[in-house]
Design a binder for this molecule. Sequence first.
Ligand SMILES: C[S@@+](CC[C@H](N)C(=O)[O-])C[C@H]1O[C@@H](n2cnc3c(N)ncnc32)[C@H](O)[C@@H]1O
Length: 242
Amino acid sequence: MARRAGAFVADTPPGAGLYLWLDPSGLHLCRAGRPVSCLRVDFLGGDQGYRAGQLGRQRELVARACGIRGNAAINIVDATAGLGRDGFVLAGLGARVTLIERSPVVACLLEDGLARARQGGLDGIASRIRLVHDDALPWLQGLPADRQPDVIYLDPMYSDGRRRAAAGKALALLQTLLGDDGEATPLLNAATGIARDRVVVKRQRRAPPLGERPPDYALKGRSTRFDVYRVNAARRADAGEY
Ligand SMILES: C[S@@+](CC[C@H](N)C(=O)[O-])C[C@H]1O[C@@H](n2cnc3c(N)ncnc32)[C@H](O)[C@@H]1O
């Protein structure tokens, strides 16, 4: 797995920098130092496990933003999968979710976390998730018309540095690995031409909309905001849906 991510494989951790660490509890991304800080994708416990456990009691803002109602099995492409937390919540609410992640290291962490979720009794949720290691822009552009998802979900790293403060330790470590995601506006522009129902962009509560493109509406949480871009009704009418 680590070799596939392009890593040099050794038995002992290095004295400096980032490295992958595999032990019986899973694959970790670690930063050398005192103390060493590590993250792994863990849908069973911790932050992500807690959120998964809340699904029955608390309708998450992200679910409302994506238009999940009842048990309708909508198709969602999470085009910036990251640690899969949002994608796992959406799958937990019944959506079929395709996670797209372009970083080989993060894709390996996700693959490992999903495998442990399956073994740990979350098979039902994990079975609704498909992981694709690819750049979402060409991947979305290459989708045939009959495979277009209902919703495309975007959560790119912010480039203004504010996310670092707002994010938990895990996302801060991820940001050390990946840097900023660069210009994500082309992804938004492509997504609004591909999604059948809407595109949802997660932003920091006070951040400007992605690409300064105003959403149709926004749902605000304590620290984050979900900008919702409804797909042009005329385009859906062209496709014979009305
Ligand atoms: C802020 S993280 C997403 C966090 C995620 N929403 C979660 O709940 O864990 C952004 C991720 O998107 C990925 N990414 C950015 N642009 C991408 C693209 N064009 N295609 C695929 N992945 C991309 C980055 O590698 C990074 O892992």
